[in-house]
Design a protein around this ligand. Structure first.
Ligand code: ACO
Length: 474
């Protein structure tokens, strides 16, 4: 009897945990008994599948978890303890899931991208960037009242301490705006609460509206510093994206008129860049945040990761490549040959993707938008034709076809940015502006799920233990 009461109490306790951490998968999943009971209610908690590992004559079983879209993953959380120290090796994390996430779904084989269940095509067509930011960060599309409050709170926080200008002043005009943006985002810590209490909804919300308000100011200042324009603030009467455009392009002695073609194009581009699950910069944001470093510090690290030409920096690299091809007489075949030559470091920038092996759905939308925007703005850019020529050749070339290399989000975006009058060094900054809500959403999820500190293992291949040699003996 006593045993039954005890058993019943434990069950109630476990049910309590489940109710409390309903969406916090890692907390409850540790308990496989609970998982088996609620397997049909929680798709992440499917214990039916198991994977068996045979090593040195022994068999080990590991649970297989299933995501809400049916994707499966072997859960190796107990691998080391069960096997007495065995680890896995997977450079570049090509096969390794670092977390469970409810933010973005991506199927690279079929070219599917969804934010919180909504397709990227529908969002780019029907939503605006601020709505998408809210959706990513808080999980649902906002009501009108929620959106208005979000926007109004962002505007309240959009003031950047004047002393930040002194830091900006220390940079030479020639400094790359990505370096400037990363530094200024980090510098914000000195003027704002350094850390966020992740258990306080209010604290979390304040940090979010703070950075959503201040980041566009830093982006605009990074551009204005480079172009020698006075550093100014925004206009509260404007929408989020229109305000960004005005902050970037307003001249001191003339009115700035919003061009709806430019404004709509930027809105769409920002939506398409807003999140992309566990890419290099987002994983960086989660990793840095996992040490409980604050939001701004984590974002600053994410900006640095995005800067590289294999990631967000590719949009600048694409434009420079297309320009170089044009300058060189427009011979696309010559550059195709270089891209295929294993002895030549040249790569077709804007081509290939770690996860998309069919097409990048963002690139499809951007290609159509590029034609539309250039036509509406009356811009004739010869590099658009070079880009289309390269794409056509690559899509019919066995090297690219066999390796499943398709244009990615960065291939056509730079052509639109250029038509909008944005200098090439600012392209990756525009990417960061779009990615901000995704980074915030992923950082918030990581903290709310109470994820452990990110700390991969390694396989050591250096010298074995050896005795120290005095300098005279070396
Ligand atoms: N041009 C020529 N060959 C390429 C290209 C390219 N752009 N991309 C990949 N390949 C080849 C590789 O040489 C390799 O060939 P091999 O199998 O004969 O050795 C094969 O395709 C696989 O390439 P990996 O580099 O192993 O693929 P990975 O998934 O590691 O890299 C990446 C993906 C970094 C995007 C790569 O395709 C690339 O460098 N592309 C150009 C840069 C770019 O556009 N980056 C933006 C990505 S989108 C984003 O981050 C926003």
């Amino acid at each position: 009897m006593a045993f039954q009461v005890l058993n019943y109490t434990i069950r109630l306790l476990k049910l309590n945990i489940l109710l409390k951490y309903g969406t916090s998968y890692p907390k409850i999943y540790e308990n496989q008994w609970l998982c088996s009971i609620f397997a049909n209610k929680n798709p992440k908690c499917n214990m039916a599948d198991k994977a068996t590992l045979e090593f040195e004559g022994k068999k080990y079983e590991f649970p297989v978890i299933t995501g809400s879209e049916g994707e499966k993953a072997i859960d190796i959380k107990t691998l080391r303890s069960a096997t007495g120290g065995l680890t896995t090796i997977d450079p570049g994390y090509k096969n390794t899931g670092s977390c469970t996430s409810a933010v973005t779904f991506l199927n690279g084989e079929e070219g599917v991208l969804r934010y919180r269940g909504y397709s990227i095509e529908e969002l780019a067509d029907k939503a605006d960037f601020l709505e998408v930011a809210y959706l990513l960060i808080f999980g649902e599309l906002p009501t009108e009242a929620e959106l208005n409050k979000f926007h109004s709170d962002i505007k309240t926080k959009s003031h950047v301490d004047e002393d930040i200008k002194k830091i900006l002043d220390g940079f030479p005009k020639s400094a790359h705006p990505m370096g400037v943006l990363s530094s200024l985002t980090s510098a914000l810590i000195a003027f704002n609460p350094a850390s966020v209490n992740a258990d306080s909804k209010e604290d979390m919300y304040n940090a979010i509206v703070n950075i959503m308000g201040k980041f566009p100011v830093l982006v605009a200042w990074a551009l204005r510093k480079r172009t020698g324009q006075p550093l100014d603030y925004g206009d509260d009467s404007l929408g989020y994206v229109d305000n960004i455009l005005k902050m970037m392009f307003k001249r001191p002695n003339s009115e700035y008129k919003i061009d709806p073609v430019v404004s709509n194009a930027l809105d769409k581009l920002l939506i398409l860049h807003a999140d992309h699950e566990q890419n290099c910069s987002t994983s960086t944001v989660r990793m840095v945040g996992s040490s409980h470093a604050g939001l701004f510090a984590s974002l600053s690290a994410g900006i640095s990761a995005l800067w590289g030409p294999l990631h967000g920096g590719a949009n600048q690299a694409v434009l420079e490549m297309l320009e170089a091809i044009k300058e060189d007489g427009g011979d696309t075949k010559k550059y195709m040959a270089k891209a295929k030559d294993k002895n030549d470091p040249f790569r077709l920038m804007g081509f290939g993707h770690r996860v998309y092996k069919n097409f990048d759905p963002r690139a499809k939308i951007i290609k159509v938008a590029a034609d539309d925007v250039l036509e509406k703005l009356g811009v004739e850019d010869p590099i658009l034709e070079i880009a289309k020529g390269l794409e056509k050749e690559a899509l019919n070339d066995p090297y690219f076809v066999d390796r499943k290399l398709y244009p990615n989000v960065d291939f056509y975006s730079g052509i639109i940015y250029r038509a909008m009058g944005i200098p090439v060094e600012m392209f990756t900054v525009m990417f960061a502006l779009g990615r901000l809500p995704g980074w915030i959403a992923q950082w918030k999820e990581m903290r709310e799920n109470k994820e452990p500190i990110g700390r991969p293992r390694q396989v050591y291949t250096g010298e074995k233990h050896r005795a120290f040699k005095e300098v005279s003996n070396r």
